[in-house]
Design a protein around this ligand. Sequence first.
Ligand code: DC
Length: 232
Amino acid sequence: MRAFVVTIDGPAGVGKSTVGRRVAAELGLPFLDTGLFYRVLALAAAETHTEPEAAAKLARGLEIEINTEPLAPEDSWRARLGSRELGAALWAPGNSALLAKIAAQPEVRSVLLPRQRRLGRGGVVAVGRDTGSTVFPEAACKVYLDAPVEVRMERRRSELARLGMASPHSVVRDDLEERDRRDRTRVAGPLVVPQGALVVDTTSIPAAEVVARVLQRCRALGRQPIAPGSDR
Ligand code: DC
C-alpha cells in the first residue's frame, strides 16, 4: 500500500504544528516539522559565524536528526545536532533574520530536501512552507492554513511565553511580517497554496475543529484514524 502523506503548509504562527501533531497522533503517523531543519542550520551557522551564502556547505557536513514523535512532551528535544539535543533554543528570536536568509538559499533547500523526503518514506504528516508543493508533491492530502498577521502574532507570543521567552508585540509582529515577505517572495520553495489543497482560515476556528476537518478529508481519501490503544 502506498505510504499516506499529509502536508500542512502556511505562514508562520498559523498553528501548523499544533494541528499537524494532533493529526499525526490520530492517524498513527510520524510528525515532521520541516522548519526544524532550517532552525538547526541557522543555529549552527550563528555559532560558527557562517554567512548565509556558505550555509549549504555547512549543512552538507551536519548530522541533523529530527524528533518525529507526535506526542513528544513539550520539554523534550526537537532536533539533534550530532549528539547535542536541541529544544527551546531553536525558537530564540535573535536568529530570525539569519534563518530567513538561510531558508532562501536554493542550495540549502536542495541539500535538505532529500533528508526531509527520507523521513516521509513510510507515511508522514509534514508541516512547513513548501511541503505540499515541493517536498511531497504526490501527497494524498494537502492542507493550507491561513490567518491574518495580528492573529498569528498573538499565537506566536503565547507560544514563546510558554517556552519562557516573553516578547513585545512589535518584535513578534515585525518578525512575522519579515518572514512572511521572505517566505512568499523567494525563488526556491516559496510559500504557495498547493494545488488541490484544503484551505482553512483558522482565525475563529479552534485547533480541535481544524484537526477534525483535516481528519475528515483524510477519511474521505481512505485513511482512518487509529483506534485508541492501537499501535499501528
Ligand atoms: O515553521 P517555522 O517558523 O519553524 O520555520 C522556520 C524557518 O524555516 C522559517 O523562516 C521558514 C523556513 N521554512 C522553509 O523555508 N520551508 C519549510 N518547509 C519550513 C520552514
